[in-house]
Design a protein around this ligand. Structure first.
Ligand code: CIR
Length: 253
């Protein structure tokens, strides 16, 4: 799928107040801004026109825009994020998407984080996690089924979101962490399995034929080279400290 647009949001000063399970320390704001700018430039270099939203005051996780919507070629599904502190991020993302797509909204008690949703061709994998429940998954599944997509729910046993562990890297191939190596829900796809010490590299992004991966995972880089696509490494250390990564910093469509 070719992406022409993306939406991203500049982090706000108190990003360290966001939710995290990481023990990597407190993010350095200045460094995070530099990493964010490099990320936006990388998307632009892939031919994507990036809309950069202003920081959203009072929402220290709001730059992880991917969680607030699921954008398909047909509609934008505005989520009801699973974390109470993130629900207020949604209206500004809906407003930003309005000129691109018709929007439909996930209704409580259904919850969804976009980080749990992976679209591969005409199929959606929807992770069931601490953030995404069955009611939310069904609402999203029904919404996209109306446009001819299929979907399967997949329990997320480890990591924050489904896309912390599984991502599409082209050529009918998924990049997966070890727990998903033989997962029956993913049958039908080739799989590149990441070694446990490099698990974070599972959050690799395919944009218009190029792979953008987090810096510092040489074993995974070597495995990805088999796909014969250009690979770009980006340092996202400050976002990793807040349990975030490459996919969650933008909505691409
Ligand atoms: C959170 O816990 O919600 C944020 N600190 C991180 C969200 C990362 N989002 C993503 O991977 N899609």
């Amino acid at each position: 799928m070719i992406f022409s647009h993306a939406i991203a949001r500049r982090p706000e000063k108190n990003m360290a107040a966001g939710i995290t399970t990481s023990t990597l320390g407190i993010p350095d704001y200045k460094k995070a801004l530099d990493q964010f700018d490099a990320y936006v430039k990388a998307l632009s270099d892939c031919g994507v026109s990036v809309t950069v939203l202003d920081p959203l005051r009072g929402y220290p996780d709001a730059h992880f825009v991917e969680d607030a919507a699921v954008v398909t070629p047909d509609i934008a599904v505005i989520t009801n994020p699973g974390a109470a502190s993130r629900k207020g991020e949604v209206p500004s993302i809906a407003a930003a998407l309005q000129s691109f797509r018709e929007t439909v909204w996930i209704q409580p008690p259904g919850t969804i984080d976009g980080g749990d949703v992976l679209m591969v061709g005409r199929h959606f994998f929807i992770g069931l996690s601490d953030r995404t429940n069955e009611k939310g998954a069904r609402q999203l599944g029904d919404a996209v089924a109306g446009f001819g997509y299929t979907w399967t729910p997949v329990p997320v046993a480890a990591g924050l979101h489904f896309k912390s562990s599984v991502n599409a890297v082209g050529n009918d191939t998924l990049l997966v962490t070890r727990p998903f190596a033989d997962h029956p829900a993913l049958a039908g796809f080739h799989r590149i399995v990441i070694s446990p010490p490099e698990e974070y590299a599972g959050n690799t992004l395919l944009v218009n034929g190029r792979l953008i991966m987090p810096a510092g995972f040489p074993g995974t880089r070597q495995k990805l080279q088999a796909l014969d696509k250009p690979i770009l490494e980006l340092d996202v250390s400050e976002f990793r400290k807040m349990d975030g990564g490459l996919t969650c910093l933008s909505l691409r469509f």
